[in-house]
Design a protein around this ligand. Sequence first.
Ligand SMILES: *Cc1c(COP(=O)(O)O)cnc(C)c1O
Length: 392
Amino acid sequence: MPDPRPPGLATLAIRTGHHRTAEQEHSEAIFPTSSYVFASAAEAAARFGGEQPGNIYSRFTNPTVAAFEERLAALEGGESCVATASGMSAILAMCLGLLQAGDHMVSSRSIFGSTTVLFNKYLSRCGIQTSYVPLADLDAWAAAIRPNTRLLFVETPSNPLTEMGDIRALADLAHAQGCLLAVDNCFCTPALQRPLALGADLVIHSATKYLDGQGRCLGGAVVGDRKRVGEEVFGVLRTAGPTMSPFNAWVFLKGLETLALRMEAHSRAAADLAAWLEGRPGVTRVHYPGLPSHPQHHLVGSQQRGGGGIVAFEVAGGREAAWRVIDATRMVSITANLGDTKTTITHPASTTHGRLSAEERAAAGIGEGLIRVAVGLEDLPDIQDDLARGLV
Ligand SMILES: *Cc1c(COP(=O)(O)O)cnc(C)c1O
């Protein structure tokens, strides 16, 4: 008999992680409990001592959170997943779990604004230094690695410019130098890109975005091998407690069930919107992985399936023109979240990337005329009409 065919991604997203209780519920149960009862003092001692597996306290384990962790680990193809209270606490827990004073990281300079602040202001206080390089410049990555470099950190596609890094090449570079590669897979999700299969060691998620899919809850996750994630990162969570709530985990479980469908729809709409924007008056540049004009377009197909749901574009006339486009919208939401069924629009230079210095913003390529649209699932002509109002 040949080996049975492994389940597909949509099946994993719908079926993994649900361990039905004696109630025989069809949909996953929520366990809103902070602690768990032991049958005896001896059992309590055995649980605390680690001799007997089982729940103790929801700072470290909760059945609903565990279901989400098991499901996301399966989708990313990782041995272990640790769920966290937010995407930022996932990055913090990973760094605290795997790095120590004297260590060095190399990071793409095109990363989420708060991630830059976390590295520069807070991790530096712990003696962990970070160097920044242009995401797509492999020579710059190689040149930035020092004897004490432990981790390469990349977000691909990047926020907001949708630049792409070559995950396979970065993983090879990291491993040749004895480093780990961590990929923030927020923009693609495992429905479009599976970094571990491409050689990455760790995957970061802001579940707040596409994993939820409807802008309801904050959450995050780290996925990777049993030792680093299941023990080291889990140890930080167990002790410091940036834990995901069971209610949020349940919302994300439901979100994952439609992830593949949604990502395909977001991607298709974003590709059409990007092509349409390229011909609009006042639009000087459109950033979208699926466009042939994108500098790393070749990675679509080989590394990520489709271009994803984020489109950034530049308008002539700087901040004034960009704000005009944003303020002329009637349907699209002016809000910093992304990965929602509702289309959202932001001016990165004055919001998500506003805490960076002008020089840091310039180095990251975030101009005053740049607008980011996270394309939702409304009818595309309605999104186009809304954006066209301010484009003159
Ligand atoms: C939003 C975001 C984060 C941070 O996640 P939170 O859930 O908001 O803490 C990290 N990385 C990327 C790429 C993001 O878009």
